[in-house]
Each structure stands twice: as structure tokens, then as C-alpha cells.
Design a protein around this ligand. Structure first.
Ligand code: ZN
Length: 312
């Protein structure tokens, strides 16, 4: 955790938000976005995915984007890699943290990364070894997708999440991120999940939450996870990134609304909310047809609102 803040937000819009975006977001636009967000105080920015350009042309400029991001003084930069090859390229690029994903449900993992869960764990072990050889100091985060429900298998057992988390922690993960990839979760379920995960692993690794707002419960789930002791949250500016399985459905929770929630609740994020909202214009300039989500940006601050980060 950065000194002086209570909750760490991670911007995932440049990766999670753009990965299903068919329109190429110009490289200068991506750099303008991440530069402005770092200046607004965002503690971590996930800037791209290390995948072959023919698979996801959106990230064909990942080397350039990462180089620009790493040149920003004080910025903490992460990127996603779905396999060893991607991870090796990410280490070479010099990122601060690598985000790796595995679905808790076997069939979703097969659909998403075309591997069994066992194969995903084995690949992660090779990534840990490669990290130790390459740089040694890149942090490794593992996102457990479909931890709170799966579009293929339905409900996912809490015990299955804990067992898989244990395997990744044992393999050398520095962070476990519990993801409601498809927006199925409710706050009661989230509280139970995070109580269990933090109780089991909180003393050993960082625990983060990745929620989607597909059914409108994203921020309620954030609050439930907060109450269970979670202090790391993913979100994307303007909620960029839909759900590939539900056209017009909202994807990631909205960063601006998340910061408003946290700052209003007296929790310092270190993020300047006014500056953050202005960055939405960069998305509009680069993706003019993309509808932006977020209620705070529409309604503005309540009269007399003082964000916790700005309170005396
Ligand atoms: Zn997401």
C-alpha cells in the first residue's frame, strides 16, 4: 500500500476495457489517458495485455505503451499476460507487476485460455521461475475469474476458490484477485467470500477484488468486500468495457463512482476525483461512439462534498 492512502484502486480500462473494443484506440490516446490518470494519483494502472497482435490487434502497441508508462515518475504499471510467452515479453518490457488469470470453473478456463486449470497452475509455476531469472522484482498477481459464478457452470463453490488460491499462493503469487467476471455476485456472497479469502491468505499475500456491474450490484459488492477487510479494487474509467456475452450490459465497475464511494466513506484513495472525471474526455475523443458509464460524472459532487483525500 502506498503511504497515506487507505484503499488502493487499480485502473484496468486500458486492458480490460479495451480488449473487446473493436476500434483501435490510438497509441497517443492510450498514453495521454494513462499519463493523466497517473497525474491524478491512481496508485496502479494496468496498461495492456501481452498477447500476439494477430489475436488482439488492440494491444499491438504494448511495447510502446509500456515504455511510455514506465517513463512516468512514480507511476506503478502492470500488464496482463495469459501465458509464459506473454509473461516473458512483459518481464523484458520491465513492468512492475504482472497480472495472470485463471478461471475457477474448468469449462470457463478452457473457453477463455484453452487450458485446464491444472495446466494454468503449471504455467504459472514456469512464470514464477522466469520472473526469478529475468528481473526478480516484478510482482505476480493472479486473478481468479468466475470466483463468484460462471456463465457456463453456474454457481462456484467457495471451497473451490480457496483451494485454487492456495495452489497459486504456494507457487509464489504476491497477490490474489477475486473476480466476479460475469457480474453474478451479491453483497452477502461477497462478504462471505472475502472473509474466507482474507482469513486464509490475508497474512501471506495481498487480496484484491475485481467486480463487474453487469446486474447493478458492483459498488454494493465493493462495500461488502471493504467490510470484510479488502483494500484493493479494480475498476475502469467510465466503466469502459462491456460484457462479450451480454451486448449493451455494463462491464467493469466505474472508477469515478468507486473513488466517489471510497472518498465519501472517509477512505483516502490518493486520487483527485475532479481530475479523474476530466480524463473521460480522452476516451470520448478516441472512441466517439462508445457510451460512457458513471453516475458521478453526470450528477457532479453533492453540495459541500469534501473527499477524504482533501480533508484537513
Ligand atoms: Zn473486468
Amino acid at each position: 500500500m502506498r503511504p497515506g492512502i487507505d484503499v488502493e484502486c487499480r485502473e484496468v480500462g486500458l486492458r480490460d476495457g479495451l480488449q473487446i473494443q473493436q476500434v483501435f484506440f490510438a497509441t497517443e490516446g492510450k498514453i495521454a489517458w494513462l499519463t493523466a490518470e497517473a497525474a491524478a494519483g491512481m496508485p496502479e494502472i494496468e496498461v495492456c495485455s501481452f498477447v500476439p497482435p494477430k489475436l488482439l490487434p488492440q494491444f499491438a502497441d504494448n511495447q510502446e505503451v509500456v515504455a511510455a508508462a514506465l517513463a512516468i515518475d512514480g507511476a506503478f504499471i502492470s500488464a496482463l499476460a495469459p501465458n509464459l510467452k506473454g509473461a516473458q515479453n512483459a518481464f523484458k518490457a520491465g513492468i512492475h507487476k504482472l497480472n495472470y488469470v485463471t478461471s475457477v470453473s474448468e469449462s470457463h478456463n478452457m473457453a477463455n485460455v484453452r487450458r485446464t486449470v491444472d495446466e494454468s497452475v503449471a504455467d504459472f509455476e514456469r512464470i514464477v521461475a522466469a520472473r526469478n531469472e529475468a528481473s526478480g522484482d516484478t510482482l505476480l498477481a493472479v486473478g481468479l475469474s468466475t470466483a463468484l459464478g460462471c456463465t457456463i457452470e453456474g454457481p462456484v463453490a467457495l471451497d473451490a476458490v480457496l483451494k485454487l488460491a492456495e495452489r497459486f499462493v504456494a507457487a509464489g503469487a504476491d497477490e490474489i484477485s477475486v473476480a466476479d467476471t460475469v457480474g453474478y455476485a451479491n453483497p452477502v456472497q461477497v462478504k462471505e467470500m472475502f472473509n474466507a479469502v482474507i482469513g486464509e491468505f490475508g497474512g501471506r499475500v495481498a487480496v484484491a477484488a475485481h467486480f463487474h456491474d453487469t446486474r447493478g450490484l458492483g459498488l454494493a459488492n465493493v462495500f461488502a468486500a471493504l467490510e470484510a477487510g479488502c483494500t484493493r479494487f479494480d475498476a475502469s474509467l467510465a466503466g469502459l468495457g462491456g460484457c462479450p456475452f451480454a451486448p449493451h450490459a455494463t462491464g467493469n465497475i466505474v472508477m469515478d463512482d468507486l473513488v466517489f464511494l471510497l472518498e465519501g466513506a472517509g477512505l483516502k484513495t490518493g486520487v483527485d476525483l475532479d481530475a479523474l472525471v476530466k480524463i473521460r474526455d480522452i476516451i470520448t475523443a478516441n472512441l466517439p461512439d462508445e457510451p460512457l458509464n458513471g453516475m458521478y460524472a453526470k450528477a457532479g459532487p453533492p453540495k459541500g462534498f469534501v473527499p477524504a483525500s482533501k480533508a484537513a
